[in-house]
Design a protein around this ligand. Structure first.
Ligand code: FDA
Length: 580
């Protein structure tokens, strides 16, 4: 019997395997195909995911293979790549003000890491740390009892079926999850809202892109608002000669015949250049979905990633949220499996992640609708001939009052797309509630809410349920993030001068708790005073941080006594571990 069986080697399954193997938990991954993802799929990799990858020790490798942030962000609206440009929006942290916010929020930078490059990094590291990976192995069914789950799989090479016994099962089997269905997870929302086609191709487009480097070029051409994700999209896979086009189709009429000729005709239409050689690599039809699971687990079966939230690629939330789900679940499984925590800790997985899943499904679908005003400003949405559409677009250049209003409407509509392309708060403001999650101990302070728009602006806080704020601190000659003092599968207690009683109390718990003391002459120093400004505690206060970097317990001041510190932690720790 293995401890954890994972179905799927996508971002959710691969990062679950990587985290579990990093924590020393035996696990097996079964995956349907003979290889990992062979198309680029998800790509925007946000700062929170980079923080997870930093903790799991693969950040440097991802940075080395990804397209860097500074080449990601001139999102352009145009009539074709060779045609007229309608406007741009600085995106993905490349607006100078947002860039500053990114630098203040995290030790990591976002990047563009296509899924066919990301999966091998995650899977290779997982296998190197002990994951047993079985390709060409298809999940068929499950039966669970009090001790474990018996899963029947089909070996596609041998053509037979066998069973694998595991204490826990993670269904990371994507948007058509059989595991979620067999576990009976209740779903809200709907599938098949609109039809889309992905076309992957090689074409040297540097003459149209290198001067306005970006991950995304949005095209308003005749037919571009039918189905799809708001408009035609030319997405960079590798600058500037590997690309992916997303083009819509009427879902009620069914997907078109995806011949090479059809794919090339779409590429020529969106690029607007018939001369540059093109090689079509693949085309595939998919649907825009708006669906989320209300519950992420049933007994010993847990689902993560697209198995629980299905939505379009807008805001680039798909694989990011999948990685973050897995990271939330892995440490809980580890502590339950080694007997440190009660199985009740696992209930907090749904309590914490289901609201996030619902939120990102809603956000991604809303972003599609928010593209419409860009085209409304050009009278580009009503049914019309291509000639009328081009005339509408040309009208914005007139020296008339109407054209001036149209230009203003267009600028505003493009600027409003900040909610898709620079939504820093969506990426980083995920907070868990002590009302629903027992793994968060309330400290009696009121919810600070958000001073500014929570979708656009990250607002750090050390209140229990929030991610530990990032500040640059030092240790001797080394500069590191406060986030680097936590993680690695352990709880960490952070305190400062005057917090010695907390350290003694941490050592008295029957849970491994690492400690970090930040202050002059201590293991870590705070030379800029950034940590002191962010921590929302006095020097001798304490933060108990979970393995996933979330604050579980906070005490704003030094304890009244050594006994007081021990009493407070001895009350908090069993609660967090589901033992109270
Ligand atoms: P994912 O679908 O990646 O992985 C599922 C895994 O389970 C795969 O390894 C699969 O082989 C395996 N599996 C499924 N059934 C199984 C079974 N019965 N037995 C064994 N293994 C099984 N997102 C985005 O942000 N931008 C984009 O442009 C795109 N484009 C895109 C294109 C296409 C064609 C797809 C399918 C998806 C996208 N996405 C995307 C979505 C993005 O890829 C998605 O959000 C993440 O991959 C989700 O990661 P998961 O690991 O949850 O599922």
């Amino acid at each position: 019997m293995t401890d954890v069986l994972i179905v799927g080697s996508g971002p959710a399954g691969a990062s679950a395997a990587l985290a579990l193997s990093t924590y020393g938990v035996p696990n097996i991954v079964v995956t349907r195909y003979a290889s990992l993802a062979d198309t680029p799929r998800a790509h925007i990799t946000n700062q929170r995911t980079m923080e997870v990858l930093r903790d799991l020790g693969v950040e440097d490798e991802v940075v080395a293979k990804a397209t860097p942030q500074h080449l990601m962000g001139n999102t352009t609206f145009c009539t074709s790549l060779a045609g007229e440009e309608l406007g741009r929006i600085r995106s993905w942290g490349n607006d100078p003000l947002v860039q500053a916010a990114h630098e203040l929020a995290s030790p990591t930078r976002m990047c563009d890491m296509p899924q066919h490059l990301m999966e091998p990094v995650l899977v290779d590291a997982a296998v190197a740390r002990g994951t047993n990976l079985r390709f060409s192995t298809v999940y068929k069914s499950l039966v669970q009892d009090d001790e474990g789950v018996t899963v029947t799989v089909e070996d596609r090479l041998r053509g037979d079926e066998y069973t694998i016994r595991a204490k826990y099962l993670i269904g990371a089997d994507g948007g058509r999850s059989q595991v979620a269905e067999d576990a009976g997870l209740p779903m809200g929302g709907q599938m098949g809202v609109a039809g889309s086609i992905n076309i992957v191709f090689d074409m040297d487009l540097s003459k149209y892109t290198a001067h306005r480097p970006s991950t995304l070029y949005w095209v308003l051409a005749p037919g571009a608002t039918v189905g799809g994700i708001g408009a035609g999209l030319v997405r960079c896979v590798r600058p500037w000669n590997e690309w992916l086009i997303v083009w819509g189709y009427d879902v009620t009429a069914g997907a078109p015949d995806l011949t090479t000729e059809y794919a090339e005709s779409i590429v020529r239409r969106l690029v607007g250049d018939d001369e540059i050689p093109v090689t079509i690599k693949s085309s595939a039809a998919w649907t825009v979905n708006e669906m989320y699971a209300e519950t992420y687990a049933n007994g010993r079966v847990f689902c993560a990633g697209d198995a629980t939230h299905r939505h379009p690629p807008s805001n680039g939330l798909g694989s990011n949220t999948s990685v973050q789900d897995a990271y939330n679940l892995a440490w809980k499984l580890k502590l339950v499996l080694d007997g440190t925590a009660s199985p009740a800790l696992l209930d907090t997985y749904t309590a914490e992640r289901a609201p996030i899943g619902r939120q990102i499904v809603t956000r991604a679908n809303k972003s599609i609708g928010e593209t419409a005003p860009v085209f409304e400003a050009l009278d580009g949405l009503s049914p019309q001939t291509p000639e009328q559409l081009w005339a509408n677009i040309a009208a914005r250049k007139d020296a008339t009052e109407a054209a001036e209003k149209q230009r203003a409407r267009l600028r505003e509509a493009i600027a409003f797309k900040v909610y898709e392309f620079n939504a820093h708060g969506v990426d980083l403001n995920q907070r868990y509630s002590a009302e629903s999650s027992a793994a968060i101990v309330p400290d009696g302070t009121p919810d600070p809410g958000f001073d500014r728009d929570p979708e656009l602006y990250h607002q750090p806080t050390s209140r229990p349920g929030a991610k530990l704020p990032h500040a640059w601190i030092t240790s001797g000659t080394r500069t590191l993030s406060t986030l680097d003092t936590v993680g690695r599968g352990r709880f960490t207690l952070l305190t400062g001068i005057g917090g010695a009683d907390w350290l003694r109390a941490a050592g008295a718990q029957d849970l491994e708790i690492a400690t970090a003391v930040i202050g002059p002459g201590q293991e870590y120093e705070d030379p800029y005073g950034d940590w002191a400004r962010l921590r929302e505690t006095a020097d001798g206060g304490a933060l108990l941080v979970r393995p996933d970097g979330y604050v579980a317990f906070r005490h704003a001041t030094a304890p009244a006594s050594s006994a007081d510190a021990e009493r407070l932690l001895t009350e908090a720790v069993p609660r967090i571990l589901g033992r109270a």
